[in-house]
Ligand binder design. Structure first.
Ligand code: SF4
Length: 410
């Protein structure tokens, strides 16, 4: 399946993006001058067995007043996958974009999400999303954050049951969403993803991912199962913290350069190195990044165009540099931190929400998710935070992070 890439629309979109830029900022990105042709689409990969090739870079949701400019800048730099969701509040900006340039809709792969408790709610929810987006179809409709609003057993049953299968088929036949799937960052997402591979209903999954999965760990095996079944995989929330497109903090840049000299030789920044590490996993079709400004879009698009697989040793060096610098985000695993700490507090989720707040600019979402936790899940008093740190594969410094959680989110 090919997306509509008529040169006239490409040109128009590019010029509109240029017009929205300040008069002095004649260079949009990728070093492309306003008088030049827009950049061609970024390199693509098949999204599982959907028959669609998606760009390796996906413009994640960003809140702010200048979204239309951001969308156009991403598009002008070759990004063709755009991510939104009901809770982000960014869908109306797409509607505005489609109204201003109707040809765009067919040129992008549009993903939105909602939070059904049961499959029977999905058709109504999708209709609402389409009305808000101002389009009669999306390419991919995700159940948002599967596991957050269900128990793990409910989530596992959801992705395998007949009702979901029938609803997914009805939606695909209606053409209102070409493909169906879910996003998940749940600590037990390996089990949910494994079940989805068994169920064979979903077309794609967006997951919190890290590029240094151990061969035998459950998440890696679950991704293998999806790969074999032809379920497309999109990476999100890969590391966050200092890596997530932010300005260098402290000495992370020094740390990366010291430990991975080959990145500097390849003229890759730390975040570009991270993207290359993720793309080195051929199971991952696209990486969703909440790119918030022209510099981030340019840097990430440049990384996609210059992608060459990293060696396993380089990926491990990147892991070590990240851990050495002190990551803030719970990047994975089964919640062993809480068990080791002897607490019911969800330490991994608490650090994740803190990352949204501190590094991703998602302050409203961070507070909303924090508030949605039970009092028990928020209460880390009495937890053995040093034991939690020792158990955490990312060695998160909970003793430092938990007071920050209370300060910013409580
Ligand atoms: S141990 Fe670390 S990576 Fe695992 S859930 Fe806890 S914070 Fe997340």
């Amino acid at each position: 399946m090919a997306l509509d890439e008529s040169p006239s629309t490409l040109r128009r979109t590019f010029l509109q993006a240029g017009a929205l830029a300040t008069a002095s900022a004649m260079t949009l990105s990728s070093g492309v001058q306003a008088d030049d042709e827009p950049a061609p689409p970024l390199p693509t990969r098949p999204l599982g067995k959907t028959g669609v090739n998606v760009t390796m870079l996906d413009q994640g949701a960003v809140r702010g007043a200048s979204l239309d400019r951001l969308f156009r800048t991403s598009f002008a730099n070759g990004v063709r996958v755009f991510d939104t969701a009901k809770v982000y509040g960014t869908e109306p900006a797409f509607k505005k974009w489609f109204e201003q340039d109707p040809a765009i809709r067919k040129q992008i792969f549009l993903v939105t999400k909602d939070t059904p408790k049961a499959a029977s709610q999905m058709i109504r929810m999708l209709d609402e999303r389409l009305a808000t987006l101002g389009t009669d179809y999306v390419d991919l409709f995700f159940i948002h954050g599967l596991g957050d609003h269900h128990s793990v057993d409910e989530a596992i049953n959801f992705v395998k049951n007949n009702e979901f299968k029938e609803v997914a088929e009805t939606i695909r036949k209606s053409g209102k969403a070409k493909f169906i799937g879910f996003s998940t960052h749940h600590p037990k997402r390996a089990a949910i993803i494994e079940a989805a591979a068994e169920g064979g209903v979903v077309d794609a999954i967006m997951l919190q991912y890290r590029p240094w999965l151990e061969k035998e760990e459950p998440l890696n095996k679950a991704l293998d199962a999806c790969w074999k079944k032809g379920i497309g995989l999109i990476s999100m929330k890969q590391i966050a913290g200092q890596f997530f497109g932010d300005r260098p903090r402290g000495n992370i840049l020094d740390e990366v350069e010291k430990r991975i000299p080959t990145l500097a030789e390849k003229k890759l920044s730390r975040f570009q190195g991270l993207l290359h590490a993720i793309w080195s996993d051929e199971r991952i079709s696209s990486v969703c990044v909440s790119m918030r400004n022209t510099d981030q879009i340019r840097e990430n698009a440049d990384a996609a165009r210059r992608f060459e697989p990293l060696k396993a040793a380089e990926i491990l060096q990147l892991r070590d540099a990240t851990l050495a610098h002190g990551s803030m985000l719970c990047a994975d695993c089964d919640g062993r931190c809480s068990i080791a700490a002897g607490t019911s507090a969800e330490l991994g989720n608490l650090t994740r929400f803190l990352t949204y707040h501190q590094h991703l600019g998602d302050r409203v979402e961070a507070r909303r998710e924090y508030a949605a936790l039970s009092a028990e899940a928020r209460d880390w008093a009495g937890a053995d935070l040093e034991a939690a740190r020792a158990a955490c594969p990312n060695k998160l410094d909970f003793a430092k992070l938990m007071p920050e959680v209370d300060r910013h989110l409580a």
